[in-house]
Design a protein around this ligand. Structure first.
Ligand SMILES: *[C@@H]1O[C@H](CO)[C@@H](O)[C@H](O)[C@H]1NC(C)=O
Ligand SMILES: *[C@@H]1O[C@H](CO)[C@@H](O)[C@H](O)[C@H]1NC(C)=O
Ligand SMILES: *[C@@H]1O[C@H](CO)[C@@H](O)[C@H](O)[C@H]1NC(C)=O
Ligand SMILES: *[C@@H]1O[C@H](CO)[C@@H](O)[C@H](O)[C@H]1NC(C)=O
Ligand SMILES: *[C@@H]1O[C@H](CO)[C@@H](O)[C@H](O)[C@H]1NC(C)=O
Ligand SMILES: *[C@@H]1O[C@H](CO)[C@@H](O)[C@H](O)[C@H]1NC(C)=O
Ligand SMILES: *[C@@H]1O[C@H](CO)[C@@H](O)[C@H](O)[C@H]1NC(C)=O
Ligand SMILES: *[C@@H]1O[C@H](CO)[C@@H](O)[C@H](O)[C@H]1NC(C)=O
Ligand SMILES: *[C@@H]1O[C@H](CO)[C@@H](O)[C@H](O)[C@H]1NC(C)=O
Ligand SMILES: *[C@@H]1O[C@H](CO)[C@@H](O)[C@H](O)[C@H]1NC(C)=O
Length: 405
């Protein structure tokens, strides 16, 4: 006796876990006896609707069509009585294999549950609670950026026999689109205007997705049995927020340069230190990363001589970067001193070169230019010169001048 009570408690927990919301009645039936199940709400069928008693998401016991025809599914023939008047189900001579979740459903645009029972045939051990995830096909997780389109395909051929329909179902509660065996399709009212469905390959496009579209999408062939031909877990994400890489300190000597930086986004930040010698730079502790409160990832790392601050999630990324060579040389000497020096030097050099050019032009007229027609040469002139720097082998400064000829 205690044994059965314990069992009941465990099973109540199981059922709470599976269906948070609607009340699930637990029914114990002795093997060989009859099972009576009633609906709890009135059943009214619309033109495209169907009523059914379903077992454990995998198959139906009985189906009622809008024209009041009923169909008792093969394995149940002979031991089921169904009332068209009050929609109650009577299953005779139950066996252990009849244990499961019995749901009375009206399928239209939404799947409306009008009754739900967890049926346990006598002393069935509740290990069976794990059947809830009767995990046939693999679930694919899909991330989509808010406002973009969601594309879903089926993984198995879809062949619709008599009294069979195909549907893309959201969270097991809403039928996004239904395809009947006469090739009619019905897109649920709440999805009209933003769904494209291909009758040829059964793929679904849901446009301009919002956070409220996150959830489970399953493609089902619903006849006497329910076959799942695709299952996706869809997660809608916002694009990531901007990042900022700021340099806190630069210290340099003739053969090394050390930097500390902060890579930050609105809700998190990472500090990191970089040490460079003659040839190479290293990040103290290697790449630094953090998962932000919104689940995105913030990373700071070295790439191609630059410090990269990258904020990314599954649908987008954004970065800020600083070139180490420039940071180190900019603080050479009395911090801004040499930077200013280079600036002034460059300006003087620029004037000198420009002066030379003008004189050259005056003295030698037009004979000079072998490349007069070269557009590059006509639009500008470039000069490259190299300033030796201690930290890195070379730093190249590139100047471009605009001339009017
Ligand atoms: C189906 O049967 C119910 C109950 O007998 C009745 O109320 C309803 O009008 C019938 N519907 C059709 C379409 O015959
Ligand atoms: C429904 O109808 C069946 C047979 O018509 C009857 O046995 C059963 O008691 C009824 N159930 C309810 C809840 O009225
Ligand atoms: C299915 O058909 C639609 C439109 O006809 C097309 O855009 C989509 O790429 C197809 N998908 C596959 C997997 O063939
Ligand atoms: C659908 O399911 C997801 C995940 O299980 C949940 O976050 C979401 O609120 C559900 N949406 C609706 C409308 O029930
Ligand atoms: C950079 O850090 C290294 C290791 O701590 C140190 O040996 C070196 O002197 C530092 N260089 C500068 C310019 O601060
Ligand atoms: C990061 O560095 C900044 C500036 O040096 C400092 O104010 C801050 O406290 C540091 N934050 C962490 C988490 O180390
Ligand atoms: C820096 O480079 C010079 C020559 O390129 C070399 O002699 C010296 O050992 C290097 N110093 C370090 C710390 O690697
Ligand atoms: C590395 O940086 C140099 C200049 O800083 C740039 O020209 C080159 O394209 C970069 N390489 C990659 C793979 O980004
Ligand atoms: C930023 O991170 C994302 C995700 O890891 C990656 O796809 C992207 O290429 C990275 N961007 C840069 C500039 O490294
Ligand atoms: C580092 O600073 C020294 C002066 O303190 C300067 O001579 C040197 O050029 C700087 N190094 C670099 C790479 O700019």
């Amino acid at each position: 006796m205690a044994h059965i009570v314990l069992l009941a408690v465990v099973c109540v927990l199981c059922s709470l876990e599976t269906q948070g919301s609607s009340a699930v009645a637990i029914v114990f039936v002795q093997k060989g006896k009859d099972l009576h199940l009633d609906v709890n709400k009135p059943v009214v069928l619309g033109e495209y609707d169907e009523f059914r008693w379903r077992v454990s998401d995998t198959h139906n016991v009985v189906r009622l069509f809008p024209d009041n025809t009923t169909r008792i599914v093969d394995p149940y023939k002979g031991r089921v009585e169904f009332s068209v008047q009050n929609h109650s189900l009577l299953l005779k001579n139950v066996q252990h294999s009849d244990s499961g979740d019995y749901t009375a459903l009206i399928t239209g645009d939404k799947n409306q549950r009008v009754a739900e029972y967890k049926v346990i045939i006598q002393v069935v051990v509740c290990v069976l609670c794990s059947w809830q995830t009767h995990g046939s096909s693999a679930v694919t997780t899909v991330f989509v950026q808010k406002g973009k389109n969601l594309h879903l395909d089926v993984h198995k051929p879809v062949v619709l026999g008599e009294d069979t329909e195909f549907s893309w179902t959201y969270n097991n509660t809403h039928n996004v689109v239904r395809l009947f065996n006469d090739k009619r399709t019905k897109i649920s009212d709440s999805y009209k205007r933003r769904v494209e469905f291909s009758v040829q390959n059964h793929s679904l496009i849901l446009k301009n997705v919002q956070h409220s579209d996150s959830g489970d999408y399953t493609a089902l062939i619903i006849g006497d049995n329910i076959q799942q031909v695709a299952e996706y877990k869809v997660i809608i994400q916002d694009p990531v927020s901007p990042v900022q890489l700021s340099v806190n300190s630069v210290s340099n000597s003739t053969d090394s340069c050390n930097l500390t930086v902060t890579c930050s986004t609105e809700d998190s930040l990472i500090n990191s230190t970089f040490r460079c010698d003659n040839q190479t730079c290293n990040q103290e502790g290697g790449e630094q990363s953090e998962v932000t409160t919104s689940g995105s990832s913030l990373r700071v790392y070295l790439f191609n001589g630059s410090i990269i601050c990258n904020h990314s999630n599954q649908v987008s990324w954004i970065r800020d970067k600083e070139e180490i060579r420039l940071l180190c040389s900019a603080t050479a000497g009395t911090n801004l001193g040499i930077a200013a020096g280079i600036g002034i030097g460059a300006a003087v050099l620029f004037c000198l070169v420009l002066g030379c050019l003008i004189i050259y032009q005056k003295c030698f007229g037009h004979q000079s230019g072998p490349n007069q027609n070269d557009p590059e040469d006509a639009s500008g002139r470039s000069f490259n010169f190299t300033i030796p720097l201690a930290v890195l082998p070379t730093a190249t400064v590139h100047f471009e001048t605009e001339t009017d000829n």
